[in-house]
Design a protein around this ligand. Sequence first.
Ligand code: ADP
Ligand code: MG
Length: 360
Amino acid sequence: MCFDLFEDVFRSYHFVDFGNKIEECFLKILLKKKLSVKYFKPEIMLKRKFCEVCLDDFALVKLIGEGTFGRVYLSKRYYDNATFAIKIISKKASIRRNHNIRISVEKRCLLMINSPFVVRLEACFNSKTHVYLVQTMCQGGDIYFHLARSKQLSNNLARFYIAEVSVAIQAIHDVGILYRDLKPENIMIDSSGHVKLVDFGLAKIGVRSPFKGASTYVGTPQYLSPEMVKRENHGFALDWWGLGMVLFEMLTGLPPWYCDDNVEISRCIVEEEIDFSITNINWEAQSLIRCLLQKDPQYRLGSQNGLSDIKSHSYFRYLDFGKLATKQIKALFVPTLDGDFDIRYFDNFFTSKPISKLVF
Ligand SMILES: Nc1ncnc2c1ncn2[C@@H]1O[C@H](COP(=O)(O)OP(=O)(O)O)[C@@H](O)[C@H]1O
Ligand SMILES: [Mg+2]
């Protein structure tokens, strides 16, 4: 009983900020469970041991990813051997790059969103030098890794992933968040083969419209939308563009108009139509991609009714979104894993780096 309770406190940790509020949260849990506060008083005394999570509670096992803002480690919690992915962000580096606000936005976003297809923030804490975001470990790796290995995904697998990503995007929009960073590196596969979006470093909170609410120029050059390239105001329609880009890449191995000249990519994003003649994408997928990659956000699929627009496209004719949204559709690819520490779906480039040589 006590064990469960502390487990709960650990899980609930992320609902509160640091400091006094932890006590408040602990009491709320007791009340919710209709447990006598008096009965648990001795445990309250012990709570700090479990609540005040810090790096000493974890062993960093392997580096599994690196991005612009931080490094991600497969980590083990000492007290029960549970595994997590901890994203470690250097405060100094982010302040230097003016990205300190982004960390707090990322944390707030993860707390606000409740979707089976978005990674869960299990806990977070600070040290003098770093911020630590403790997330659910997604052992199946990211889509970028799978594309690099198999060049392209089958139409059925791509459809399944795109449908789960669409449900995630809608859940994100429902709480007023614009994601702005849809790309294969940020789409993870969990151990059961389902999708989980990670990385809210570029997200914008407080957006309510498909066309406006955000204006900062951010994103990854190959995946920018026309309105972003033109530095116009943008809203939810931008994420539906991202969905079209990702579907194209899943089916061909590269994003549309891919080249190593960012200026040329930006020009193509705004001016060029997609040439499907050099691909083997079937016509229903082509049609969905065309609808999502409408240059004008007003005419883009998803901009009027969000997920309902996507669901009604013939590409998803035989897919039951009700079942899909509750994970009742079995994944078409289930990662083969040999235990919780199996990192076969992560790039050797990261996993081969000895932890001891990495600077925190
Ligand atoms: N929860 C997770 N489980 C497993 N791997 C993850 C997880 N979160 C991130 N990663 C890996 O780490 C990489 C970088 O993480 P991300 O949050 O995207 O950081 P950045 O903001 O620096 O891009 C991802 O592309 C992915 O491969
Ligand atoms: Mg990323």
